[in-house]
Design a protein around this ligand. Sequence first.
Ligand code: TEU
Length: 581
Amino acid sequence: MNRRNFIKSGAALTALAFFYPEKILGGAKVMAAENLKWWQKSIVYQIYPKSFQDTTGSGTGDLNGITQHLDYLKKLGVGAIWLTPIYPSPQVDNGYDISDYTAINPDFGTMKDFEKLVAEADKRGIKIVMDLVFNHSSDKHEWFLESKKNRTNPKADWYIWKDAKPDGSAPTNWRCFFGGGVWTWCEERQQYYMHTFAKEQPDLNWENPEVRQALFDAAKFWLDKGVGGFRIDAIPYIKKPAYVDGTPDGKDGMVAVHKMTVNTPGILDFLHEFKDKVFAGHDIFTVGEANGVSPEELKYWIGEQGVFDMIFEFSHVLLPLKNGEVFCRPTEWKLTELKQAISESQAATKNNGWYPMYFENHDRPRSPNYFFKKDADKVKAAKALATILLTMRGTPFIYEGQELGMTNIDWDSIEMYNDIGSHTQFDFALNEGFTVAQAMDFIKFFSRDNARTPMQWNDKTNAGFSSGKTWLPVNDNFKTLNAAAEEKNSDSVLNWYRKLAKFRAENIELTHGDYKLILPSSEEIFAFSRSVDGKTLITAVNFTSENVALPLELSNKKIVLSSEENADKNSLKPLEARIYK
Ligand code: TEU
């Protein structure tokens, strides 16, 4: 090829783009695939190990159960698996109360099982991501057992200890996430210790450099095991402000701790040290769970100048919940609010950092129930959200069972629930004057157990999850809603997920493209485009259970994928999701 033809053929542009991938070439910004890191092109799958697959008959899932299903995850296009905590734990908060940061909970298996999981996943191009719970430990952690002994032991200030007020009462009126105040009295020390969550989850004292180093060493232990990243739990609460009372927001005379301690100035110093000493220089991703960090502040938290690669923020998932941090009740919300929340996060991560897209996790109800009217068709609803999740800009996070369209449970009595948060919210509702029936309705709507019932693999005993007595009952609908049945049905939620995952991998618009909201004021349709290098894909999803007419700007486009057979170019069927070229 001579020089002229070389330039004409576009090969020159490709070559230039290879060496200067982010330069503006001939007016068009060249976004070469190599600009994105592996985790920006991956789908992450979250596993709640306790409920995924039991291989021993104990009734509790285990690590070998995860290894057993790696091919299933590979087929779903998964590139990384985030495991909620698998460390030794008294399980007061299902593993978020850790008693040893560098070991495996024997209920889940051994360190050898873990190493095997990492190696087998690696063979399939899948990384394992660990959950770091560093705001607090379990009260059974040896650090706390020592710390509580007296005021002079070597770990005396590894946790947050305060004297009582002169009248003997707690140092502040802050309410913890799981019922009652954040302060619990310790007889041995004759002092209170602080816990943002349950009293069995004492907060670690990040002001103490020894504590920070011990936590960083724990994270490095897992890096040495070859993990591909970390999800960092409840991280905006690690820095505490002055210990002063707040204005009560409930009949108990207390104020939600979240309002008092979230994102306290000075927190970024701790986090930068964390980044420098642990994450820097590793080919991993980090995603902080950071409810309460606003889009304006994101630049300090993520990206080049920030700390993490991504943060989970809550603006879109808390919409259906009034008062999410204090006392939760279902509330009306509008589609335009959901679109605005997601679009604001998109704008905030357009040029800095990266967005983790999610609708479900172990703390949220099942999304087909949560984001749609009660009588909405749950299969169609699951496909609708799947389409947004897998065509949005950012890294999609799928929570176990979401790819099957698993739905909420409908248990009538509070005794049936395991989740500590459900119990404390129930009590809070009664204290606020609601009836038992009302409180139960709230719990059914938002209980975290909705998402924690065992994975539904088939229609056999316990949905194929376990041969023993399961730690939490299986959802009644497993006979019809399960992976084996969906495998055989080409129209299933599972096969829709697989189709979308493949489509995402094959279309650069969906990984690299810019995001733009279309039809911003529609309360019926969620539509947006993804464009790169002059190529555009458009997603359009009908959130209602009615037919909705399409405006000309969409009806004249070419449909490349639809969740409905015989898609009509002029309208969307109830809950239909489609993609246009
Ligand atoms: O959740 C943190 C958490 O519950 C709050 O940050 C959040 O603001 C609240 O849910 C809003 O409704 C994490 C874990 O995901 C959760 O499972 C644990 O129970 C909790 O931390 C304590 O470790």
